[in-house]
Design a binder for this molecule. Structure first.
Ligand SMILES: [Fe+2]
Length: 160
């Protein structure tokens, strides 16, 4: 995210927002179930989807007030149509991070392309993540469906 922020040339305050989202997003990923329940008691669905909302709730309780940063953290596993750049970049970074073992070359290539084509890379990342949800037999949750449709609506129409 720091590399991308520099390559895109965003101002310092925006780069700091991106980095706060990175630091915060998985704060409670490995927390015990009762901790997740405490911070995200109203989050439905599988437990893997609770750490984002829980991390956001805790960040807010500890003083984070930036709505874009909180929404980035809260929805990083799901996607959100209303995201600003922070959420969009975190969603890409979470998928493209070099530490993941699968599809290394393709993901590294997308990470390289991102500063030149953030919207195109975001759409490819979303498509890959949705394909994974579908092939795993998981339901597509409502925020995820809305997020995907918003990306299609924003894309330039293809020539006939
Ligand atoms: Fe996560």
């Amino acid at each position: 995210m720091a590399t991308w922020a520099e390559a895109v040339g965003v101002p310092d305050n925006e780069r700091h927002r991106w980095l706060r989202a990175v630091w915060l997003h998985d704060a409670l990923r490995d927390a015990p179930p009762e901790e997740l329940e405490r911070w995200a008691s109203s989050t439905p669905g599988p437990v893997e989807l609770r750490h984002g909302p829980a991390s956001a709730a805790r960040a807010k309780a500890e003083g984070e007030t930036d709505r874009g940063v909180l929404d980035a953290v809260r929805y990083h596993s799901m996607g959100l149509a209303e995201w600003d750049m922070v959420g969009r970049m975190l969603y890409c970074a979470d998928y493209l991070e070099p530490g993941r073992g699968f599809d290394r070359e393709r993901r590294a290539e997308l990470a390289r392309q991102l500063p030149d084509d953030p919207a195109g890379v975001l759409r490819e990342v979303a498509a890959a993540r949705l394909a994974h949800i579908v092939s795993s037999g998981w339901p597509i949750l409502e925020p995820t469906a809305r997020f995907w449709n918003s990306l299609l609506a924003a894309a330039p129409s293809k020539p006939d």
